[in-house]
Design a binder for this molecule. Sequence first.
Ligand code: IMP
Ligand code: MG
Length: 178
Amino acid sequence: MKADIAEVLLDQEALQALCKRLGKQITEDYKGKPLLLVGILKGANVFMADLIRQIDLPVEIDFMAVSSYGMSTESSGVVKIIKDLDQTIEDKHIIVVEDIVDTGLTLHYLLDYLKARSALSVEVCALLDKPPRRRVAVDIKYKGIDIPDVFIVGYGIDYAEKYRNLPYVASLKEEAYK
Ligand code: IMP
Ligand code: MG
């Protein structure tokens, strides 16, 4: 597995520092508000686990699983919901927790979907962002860090379901996915 790694972009220390900063911001902004964090499976699982432990408030968690329709490796913008929320959200402030925002199409669809379900508010917390790849605007209120337009894996993020268990975020050697 490690032989496929080109470069480590964020090591464990850097990832913990990002979670700490984001958790602190969320703690300050949501004091006294009913907060539900919605993690997008499977990629956001590891980030979510570290992030919630940096939030010093009562916070509930839930998960959604989605997949893009179609055979393309690029997001199509049409999203199929594989696992929906386990609860109603009219009385909650929502933060959607994503691993990485690329074209923005997945998140754009999900935000519309959650807003239509009348949450008190809906914001986004994303660990990684690739701004040059964006096709539709998404407001990321809580952002970890911008990364260059390279394919990355680790810390929950996969290539063909592999590499999620790497404890760092890294780029893959081209021969590992071509
Ligand atoms: P978007 O709809 O194009 O923004 O898709 C975002 C989703 O694509 C992320 O949640 C990831 O699951 C996946 N993705 C985007 N970039 C990468 C990458 O570099 N490595 C692995 N998965 C990625
Ligand atoms: Mg994802």
